[in-house]
Write a protein that binds this ligand. Structure first.
Ligand code: GLN
Length: 204
C-alpha cells in the first residue's frame, strides 16, 4: 500500500469538502481539535485525507457541484470503503441514503441508512439555538445551532440515534459516518469534532 500524507504523519489530515458552505469554520474547529484540516475540491485531494467533514450550506448546490467536479462517485467509493465522514446540516443531507423534500435531480453521497427531510425545522428566519444532549459526549449538552435544518425521519437497523430534539432525531452515527442537523463548528465548543477525530483515529 502506498503511504499518503494522511497515514505518514502523526496528526491525521482531515478534509473539509469545500464545494460550498461553511468550510472555514470547520477548518478552525478541526485545528482546535488537534488535527490538520484541509479543503477538498478534487478527487486527488480526497484521496489524501483520513477523514472528511461535509459542511453546512446548501445541499442542492453541493450536489450539483459534486457532480460537476467529478467528486460524487469518488466520494461514494471512499465512504463505502470506510472513510470516516462527519456531515453537519447540509452535510447530514449529503450522507443520507434517502432524502425527502429534495430537488428532483438532487444526489446524495449516502453512508447512513436514514431518511432525512430537508428544511424540516422551517425556514431561515425560523433558525434557532437549543441545548442538545449527545450520546457519547460528556460534560453536558452542546449548543445546537439549527439553520434551515433537516431532521431525520427514520433510521435503519444499523444506524444509531445519538440525539433528539423536540421529538426529532438530530444526530446519528452508522459505522464511520456521523451526522448532525446542527452546526457545532459555529459555537466554539469542539466536543463533536473531538468525537469525530476519535472516530478517525480509531479507523486509521
Ligand atoms: N436547508 C439546507 C439544505 O437543504 C441546509 C441548511 C444548512 O446547512 N444550514 O441544504
Amino acid at each position: 500500500m502506498s503511504s499518503t500524507s494522511a497515514t505518514a504523519s502523526h496528526a491525521p489530515v482531515v478534509g473539509v469538502l469545500a464545494l460550498q458552505g461553511d468550510v472555514r469554520e470547520h477548518l478552525a474547529a478541526l485545528a482546535a481539535s488537534g488535527v490538520q484540516g484541509r479543503p477538498v475540491r478534487r478527487p486527488e485531494e480526497l484521496a489524501e485525507v483520513a477523514g472528511l467533514v461535509i459542511p453546512g450550506g446548501e445541499s442542492t448546490t453541493m450536489s450539483k457541484l459534486a457532480v460537476a467536479f467529478g467528486l460524487l462517485e469518488p466520494l461514494r467509493e471512499r465512504v463505502r470503503a470506510g472513510l470516516p465522514v462527519y456531515g453537519t446540516c447540509a452535510g447530514m443531507i449529503m450522507v443520507a441514503n434517502k432524502i425527502l423534500d429534495g430537488r428532483d435531480d438532487q444526489e446524495t453521497i449516502g453512508g447512513i441508512d436514514m431518511i432525512v427531510r430537508r428544511n424540516a425545522f422551517g425556514r431561515q428566519n425560523e433558525s434557532f439555538e437549543a441545548e442538545v444532549g449527545i450520546k457519547g459526549i460528556e460534560g453536558g449538552p452542546v449548543e445546537g445551532v439549527f439553520i434551515r435544518a433537516p431532521w431525520v425521519e427514520s433510521v435503519g437497523g444499523e444506524a444509531e440515534v445519538l440525539a433528539t430534539y423536540g421529538g426529532h432525531t438530530v444526530a446519528v452515527r452508522q459505522g464511520n459516518v456521523l451526522a448532525t442537523s446542527f452546526h457545532p463548528e459555529l459555537t466554539g465548543d469542539h466536543r463533536v469534532h473531538a468525537l469525530f477525530v476519535d472516530m478517525i483515529r480509531a479507523a486509521s
